[in-house]
Design a protein around this ligand. Structure first.
Ligand code: BGC
Length: 364
């Protein structure tokens, strides 16, 4: 039986800077090398997807507070130099575990290697750092995410009765390994259809840093290049999907051209309810945060956990112990599941003009 680690009497439950104090004496005879856990998290930005600030920060905070560990969550705001500075400050500040969502593998690797050299344990959170040295990788099955997107687009194109549809791609950031995995997933569904001449491959572009504003310009150019004939858009996340939808709206094509997404953002769910977006992929970030938090706490205590699974780093050749969670496809019919799971609230999704659309979709 484990001794409860939450000492309610801890002075100042919420100290400034978001740190939670926790009494931790070693009378239980635990490993003498055990350090007081202090977990640093570096999120990538707040614009490539709303998830980082609205979901990941919230659920990680909840997980750390429930476990009574100290933590420091910061956001690099898509600035690689800031990313490294934050990491340095965290290491100097005495974190025992550093969890990162890299902005690219090169800078991610530099941070992980430095942490390692200072005796700080590391976790790749959501994005695998290629050639990196993290002890664990916690994410979703990202090829399945892409597969769900490909299948979703095919389903919506069939529902529209599309004949030999032209499909364009808005891929994620070329420096994000996840973007590669998503594409592998949707290619596995769509490429056979292109090869069989059932679908026609339209323009394809990767969107640097998942930048939503650039995605709008890129999709405008795609539409021009295709002489206005794009019948379906495989957009790798809701932000990119919304960029495409905004251009389709200007051309009075929204609702006629299915667009995919990912992240089950409020905006993405609203676009689905409005009929402008075909589907999104819901990833239960609460589970991802909990899994990462459990591993971080084990690492801080010098414990080893068997995740039962590894992922091969194609660059470094390592088998990285991993937790890969299962994503879920969301269409108009099951938008309600995302709300029921507490990922977004009905108040947000069903605000204003969306109230009626929510009622129509059985969201009560
Ligand atoms: C994440 C997605 C997110 C994207 C942009 C990916 O690595 O897995 O959930 O939409 O980055 O931030």
């Amino acid at each position: 039986m484990r001794k409860g680690i939450l000492t309610i009497a801890a002075v100042g439950l919420l100290a400034t800077g978001g740190l939670t104090a926790c009494g931790d004496d070693d009378s239980g005879g635990q490993a003498s090398s055990a350090k007081t856990p202090k977990i640093g998290v570096i999120l990538p930005d707040s614009k490539s997807s709303v998830r980082w600030e609205t979901a990941d920060r919230k659920f990680l905070k909840e997980a750390f507070e429930a476990a009574g560990v100290q933590y420091d969550i910061q956001n690099a705001q898509n600035d690689k130099t800031a990313f490294q500075t934050i990491a340095d400050q965290m290491i100097t500040g005495g974190v025992t575990v550093l969890m990162i969502v890299n902005l690219d593998s090169g800078t991610g690797k530099a941070v992980l290697d430095k942490a390692k050299s200072q005796g700080v344990a590391t976790i790749d959170y959501d994005r695998l750092t290629l050639g990196g040295s993290a002890q664990y990788y916690v994410s979703f099955d990202n090829e399945t995410v892409g597969k769900l997107q490909g299948e979703g687009l095919a389903k919506c194109l069939t529902a529209q009765g599309a004949k030999n549809p032209v499909v364009s791609y808005l891929n994620g950031s070329p420096t994000d390994n996840n973007a590669t995995l998503f594409k592998n997933g949707y290619d596995s569904v769509l490429k056979p259809k292109f090869d069989a001449k059932e679908y026609v491959k339209g323009p394809e572009d990767a969107v640097p840093a998942w930048d939503n504003a650039q995605a709008t310009t890129i999709f405008e150019q795609q539409l021009t290049k295709a002489n206005g004939k794009i019948d379906g858009v495989l957009a790798a996340n809701d932000g990119l999907g919304n960029a495409a939808i905004s251009v389709l709206k200007k051309n009075k094509l929204n609702g006629k051209v299915p667009v995919t997404g990912q992240d089950a953002s409020t905006e993405g769910l609203q676009n689905i309810l409005a009929g402008d977006q075909c589907m999104t992929v819901y990833k239960a970030v609460r589970e991802e945060a909990n899994a990462a938090s459990d591993l971080a706490i084990a690492l801080a205590k010098g414990e080893k956990k068997d995740t039962g699974q590894t992922v091969k780093d194609p660059e470094g050749g390592r088998d990285v112990p991993s937790v890969l969670l299962t994503p879920k496809a969301i269409y108009k019919e099951n938008v309600k599941d995302v709300i029921a799971d507490g990922y977004v609230t009905k108040e947000e999704v069903c605000a204003g003009t969306y109230a009626k659309l929510c009622a129509d979709a059985g969201i009560s």
